[in-house]
Structure formats: C-alpha cells, structure tokens
Design a protein around this ligand. Structure first.
Ligand SMILES: [Zn+2]
Length: 394
C-alpha cells in the first residue's frame, strides 16, 4: 500500500475508533469484571468460552485447543474459512489469565477516571484483548478488513505461570506465521518491547559442619561461607553486562549456640542470551572445585542447580517487525521506540522457534502486577489505527 494512501486510511480508522470509545470501555469493563486467576482453570476456561462466543459473532472462525495441564487455548482466524489456514500473515498472541486472586475486583472495582481506567488485569492484559477485538470491529464497520490477509489470534490461559500448557501451542502456530505480535501491555511511555531478558533460578546450598560456638575448633559456619561467596557472585555479575542476579531467599541456622551447618540461597537470574547463562555455569563449576575453607581442603561442600524458566527474547527476533512497525507509526506522527525489559513473556517462546516477533502492542499504562495498575484510554484510538496498519501491511 502506498504510504499516502495508508496515512489517510489510518487517520480514518483513528477517527472511527475515537467515536466508538464507549464500546471499548464497555468491553473492558466486562473483561475485568470476569476474574481469571491462572490457578482457577475453571474460571479461565469459562472466560475462554465467553470470548469464543463473542469472537464467533464478530465473524471470525474459532477453535479451542487442548493445552494440558492448563485450560484450553483459543485460536481464532480471519477470513473465516472452515479449516485453519496453513499459514498466517500475522498471528496475534495474548493471555487471558491474571495474577490477581478471586475477589480482588471487590477491593478494586473497574473504574474510569478521565482517561485512566483501573481494576485487576486492566493493563496486563485484558486491555490488550479488548484492544484487538475493538480494532477488528472498527475495521469491519468501515469495510476495511482485507479478505486476502490471513490473520490469527491465539489467546492462552497460563502465561502468568510460565505457560506450561500453552508453550507447545504457541510454538506450533508461531512456526506457521510470518509475524507473531504480542498484545502484552506497552512499556511505560508507549514503547514496544524489542528485547526481553530470560529468567532462570539458581539454587545454592552450602554444607559446613556444626559445632559449639564456644569451642574455637571443629565447626565450619555454612552461613558465613555463603555470605562471603554471595559477595563474590555479586562482584562478578556486576562486571558482566547482560546478567542480573537477585538474592530472593535465604535460609540457614537453628539456634544461637550452634554453628550452622547448612545455608541455602535462591537467586532470581535474568539473562540477555544463553551465553550469559553459560558463563555463569562455568563460574559456578570453577568455584565448586575450591575449598570453602582454604585451611581445610576437605570443605568442598557447595552444590548448585540452575534452572531456566523462560528463554530470552533476543533483539534480532524483533528487528524486522520493529522497522516496519516504526514506519507505520510514523504515518500516525508517532515516534515509536523499542525497549528492553527484564520480564519474560510468551513472545520469547515464539522467537525460540525462529518466529519474527514484536511485543508490547497492547494498551498504554503502568503498574503491571501491582495494585496501582492502570490503563490509558487517551492513546487507544492511535493504537487501534496502528494495529490496523500492521493487520493490513506487515
Ligand atoms: Zn501479561
């Protein structure tokens, strides 16, 4: 599509969205009111059915796909051929579950104050679901949904638990999509997320030897060993760009008159790419060979495990889509920025199988996973036009 023509069409979409904002707000109110904590698979499943019915009425074809151990995911596609297309031009992904327990809606009911909306999951990411559905409706009202573009939507149910059930489904469909776009909330300030750190958990246990604190010989204090070691780990990681460690839990010791013989520490680890995690492994292995107490070489009692929870989203996976998205945003007089974030996300699973992805296409706002969560209504019309541009032209 020529850029002058695209600019005019985007302006029309934006205006039409502006005129229909009450529809967006009403849908978002319903979605936020239907609570979907990840662990309540019955609630999440019911919500998927609500979405399915609504999406079918809108004119897309839908199919529920089993995703054990989690509730089924929902795949929708347009044009509504009876069979799922062999390939998608664009696959939009998002999750319906939230981190909020049931009953949170009584404490923080859905509320609109000016252009700010609040309520559990309004930003992460019921807002993103409502945004894409609204975009489709606006396009349809204007007769602008292209018949030649194969578009898929994949709504999952367990993202906040690391997507144990959805991961194979995401990867299966990501392999069959030219682009995978995630409707996770925009980064604060409106940027898209072009790079995500991976998440791993490091567990380290020191075993010393218990003894009587009143006797100078005999014991090896596991907590003191662990604290000294922690300082070294911190110094090493601070010098390593692309690796963040946070000591999240520590446990050791029984009583004051006993030298503690064990100390266990659990770290949250964020890493830019697998080579950083490899470097950490190498460092841990080298350290394991050293005695805890140089005076007593028999004190080699450090054990560790390093488990990956979510792969990183490397910057190169977003490059192609980001460039294109930037030029579409420019037609809306918007200087779209791309940022790196520390949190994991489903887009990383899509990138893992080689998909070209772009993340953070949902609503503006801030405060994900906190009671201060809010979404911004003022930028919704521009975001609708932006999504329409990606739908037509990516
Ligand atoms: Zn999310």
């Amino acid at each position: 599509m020529k850029s002058t023509e695209l600019r005019e069409r985007l302006a029309r979409i934006r205006q039409a969205a502006e005129a229909r904002m009450d529809r967006f707000v009403e849908r978002l109110r319903r979605f936020v009111g239907f609570e979907t904590p990840t662990e309540r698979t019955d609630r999440v499943r019911d919500f998927i059915r609500v979405l399915r019915d609504e999406i079918q009425v809108m004119g897309l074809q839908t199919q529920e796909l089993e995703a054990p151990p989690s509730a089924p995911v929902l795949l929708s596609w347009y044009p509504p051929a009876p069979e799922v297309p062999a390939e998608f031009d664009v696959l939009f992904i998002g999750h319906v579950d939230t981190v909020w327990p049931e009953g949170e809606i009584q404490r923080r009911p859905f509320r609109v104050e000016g252009t700010r909306v609040t309520g559990p999951g309004v930003y992460d990411m019921k807002g993103g679901l409502a945004l894409l559905m609204f975009t489709f409706e606006v396009l349809r009202d204007l007769g602008e949904v292209p018949a030649h573009r194969h578009i898929g939507w994949l709504w999952t149910t367990d993202e906040e638990a690391g997507s144990p059930g959805a991961r194979p489904r995401i990867q299966e469909w990501a392999r069959r999509a030219r682009y995978v776009l995630s409707l996770e909330p925009a980064a604060p300030g409106g940027a898209v997320k072009v790079e995500r750190y991976g998440v791993a958990v490091l567990e380290v246990t020191f075993r010393g030897r218990s003894g009587h604190p009143g006797l100078r010989s005999g014991g090896v204090n596991a907590i003191e060993q662990a604290l000294g070691w922690h300082g070294m780990l911190r110094a090493w990681t601070v010098a390593h760009e692309g690796l963040w460690v946070t000591l999240a839990k520590i446990r050791g010791g029984q009583r004051t008159n006993q030298i503690p013989d064990t100390c266990r520490m659990i770290y949250d680890v964020r890493y830019a790419d697998p080579s950083h995690l490899e470097a950490l492994r190498t460092w841990l292995t080298a350290f394991q060979a050293l005695p805890l107490d140089p005076e007593r070489p028999e004190t080699r009692r450090l054990t560790w495990t390093l488990e990956t929870h979510m792969p990183p989203l490397p910057a190169q996976a977003s490059r192609a889509a980001f460039e294109r998205a930037r030029s579409i945003a420019a037609l809306l007089d918007w200087n779209l920025e791309g940022v790196r974030v520390g949190g994991g996300g489903d887009s990383a699973y899509a990138a893992e199988v080689g998909a070209r992805v772009l993340d953070g296409l949902g609503v503006d706002g801030d405060g994900a996973h906190t009671p201060n969560e809010w979404a911004d209504l003022s930028t919704v019309p521009r975001r609708v036009a932006f999504l329409a541009g990606l739908w037509w032209d990516l």
